[in-house]
Ligand binder design. Structure first.
Ligand code: SF4
Length: 564
């Protein structure tokens, strides 16, 4: 039943292709690695006509297994120069699955003066490209409002704001969220919004299919039995789970006092203002007419998302997460949830990766462009990025480019991408992932932080490698929030897979498939020009001890290089 939609952004054609049997059983990240390997010259200009942007649903999309209607967006990243898979929740993958669309590929490039277009997938499955010239220059919330007026309030929308239109390397794609239908879920990392912008595509509008989708099962009864058992376990595990009870903002309570949360451009000092952003303060914000335990997609049983309202009770933002809080907050010496929620809304609206942009603003503060902790001035810089001022255009190119332009000495990036909300000196395994993963400094490529995060070098390296494989599995089939359950029951997951696809895989095969994905990604990056000596953790993490522990990052450079 699965199919691929292929869109030529130059001639405006769209065609549907039957799904090749060679790709059967792949999904999400594993499918993106395969498509990019097979179809894209890794040495291409990521914003040129040879580049492609690919949207793939996970291998269990549409099946009713909790949290598996995730969407992977993939392309050659203009930020890292390597392969990029950015994984996002929201309601787009559910709508894709209703049409039996496993992948949608946008290729080629329009002429420079062509007006932008948007893609519409209609209830009968027809795919059209529509003139978007009147929406050019619009940010995400206004664009989505327009699409909802045209196609109905519940229509799923993937879109870019002006950041993507301006081809900024810190630009995100935004996806509408279940329930609120607001564009508050971000495929943030890697600057992939600019790749959609380079195709002249403002957004993708997906109206759900008419009638019920007919997923084909090799053994439906067995599938439903295992699925229901796993869903029961996921639901049970959500009871008492801080990600459910509070959200990912709960991470602040652990990493903040430990000095692992980035503060003042990763200088690691623990501020006396930390209490202002702990969980109790987050819940005060949420409880002001808002809500947590919100599912970002239908069928999610973990429900780590939230709805944040302003003082007047109007919707302000959703999907307000730890990474945004850490990078746009303490990393800029800002400890005020009122401000941070507004920054989250601004970033979602403009279409900015909050991690990359927060890290960039902190570098600006260290360079003396604006004072530390000056929230108004920080919001002014976000606005300059939206307005496309001279400085805004520089900041839109990401933390490394902006830092170099400003002459900054401390630029917290690996492979050109800003580090997420975990200081390398406080979580050695995650730092190893930052330096060596196929995705650059991306915690979702293999975070090791947790109760058992090892400080021993060999154990940290081993933990990073395991987690890089585990996340490659997760990104191909589910939201990583389910992995504490599914990761402990790979026997049932492989049985579930077999009852869907008629295969005979075992848990070891899941890891083998993940490692094949990592190998394909690595090979792509090598062809794209990544070199072993690019596996670097910036020098200041080796020279400046983390104030809370006195630790520096001490995995020798030659060990990182050996992992390439
Ligand atoms: S656990 Fe959170 S991120 Fe994952 S699908 Fe549910 S709401 Fe979305």
């Amino acid at each position: 039943m699965w199919k691929t939609i292929r869109i030529d952004s130059k001639d405006g054609s769209a065609k549907s292709e039957a799904y090749t049997s060679a790709y059967q059983g792949l999904g999400g990240r594993s499918l993106i690695a395969q498509f990019l390997t097979d179809e894209v010259d890794a040495s291409c200009d990521p914003l040129g006509s040879e580049a492609k942007i690919i949207f793939c649903t996970g291998m269990f999309a549409g099946s009713g297994l909790a949290c598996t209607n995730r969407l992977s967006v993939g392309a050659k990243s203009p930020l890292t120069g390597g392969i990029k898979e950015s994984n996002v929740g929201g309601n787009a993958a559910t709508a894709f699955a209703s049409h039996g669309i496993r992948s949608l590929i946008i290729e080629n490039k329009p002429d420079d003066n062509d007006p932008m277009k948007f893609v519409v997938i209609h209830p009968d499955g027809a795919v059209t490209l529509e003139d978007a010239s009147i929406y050019q220059g619009m940010n995400n919330y206004e664009f989505v409002d327009n699409m909802h007026q045209l196609y109905g309030n519940k229509t799923s929308v993937i879109s870019i704001g002006v950041a993507g239109e301006r081809l900024y390397k810190n630009s995100s794609l935004q996806v509408t969220e279940f329930g609120t239908n607001a564009p508050c879920r971000a495929a943030g990392r890697g600057g992939l919004g600019s790749v959609l912008g380079s195709k002249g595509i403002k957004g993708i509008v997906i109206q759900s299919a008419e009638g019920k989708s007919s997923l084909e099962y090799a053994d439906k009864e067995k599938f439903l039995n295992i699925r229901n058992e796993l869903n029961g376990m996921i639901l049970e595990s959500s009871k008492g789970n801080p990600f459910t009870l509070i959200g990912t903002a709960s991470i602040v309570d652990g990493v903040g006092p430990a000095g692992i949360m980035p503060t003042k451009n990763f200088n690691g000092t623990i501020s006396e203002k930390l209490d202002n952003i702990k969980s109790d303060k987050f819940m005060e914000l949420v409880n002001r007419n808002g809500k947590n335990q919100h599912p970002c997609q239908a069928g999610c049983l973990v429900r780590c998302s939230n709805i944040i309202n302003d003082r007047e009770g109007n919707f302000l933002t959703g999907g307000f997460e730890y990474e945004t809080i850490a990078l746009c907050g303490p990393n800029c010496d800002i400890y005020d949830y009122e401000v941070l929620a507004k920054i989250d809304r601004m970033c979602d609206d403009i279409g900015l990766d909050t991690i990359e942009t927060g890290a960039t603003i902190a570098v600006c503060m260290e360079a003396g462009i604006i004072p530390w902790g000056d929230a108004e001035a920080a919001m002014g810089l976000y606005q300059q990025i939206s307005d496309g001022t001279t400085l805004g255009n520089i900041l839109g190119q990401g933390c490394e480019a902006a830092g170099k332009h400003l002459g900054a000495k401390r630029i917290p990036v690996c492979k050109g991408q800003a580090m997420a909300g975990y200081d390398p000196r406080g979580t050695k395994g995650t730092a190893f992932t930052y330096a060596t993963s196929t995705m650059g400094a991306d915690h979702t490529a293999g975070i090791t932080l947790g109760p058992d995060d090892p400080s021993d070098t060999q154990e940290a390296i081993a933990a990073s490698k395991t987690m890089q494989s585990v996340f490659a599995i997760a990104d191909s089939m589910t939201c990583m929030m389910t992995m504490p359950v599914l990761g402990g029951h790979f026997d049932k997951v492989s049985e579930l897979y077999n009852s869907l696809y008629g295969t005979a895989i075992n848990p070891g095969d899941l890891f083998a498939a993940a490692n094949r994905t990592l190998t394909l990604e690595k090979e792509f990056n090598t062809r794209a020009g990544w070199k072993p000596e690019d596996n670097i953790i910036p020098e200041f993490f080796r020279n400046e001890p983390l104030p809370s522990t006195g630790m520096t990052f001490d995995i020798p450079p030659e060990v990182l290089i050996r992992e390439a």
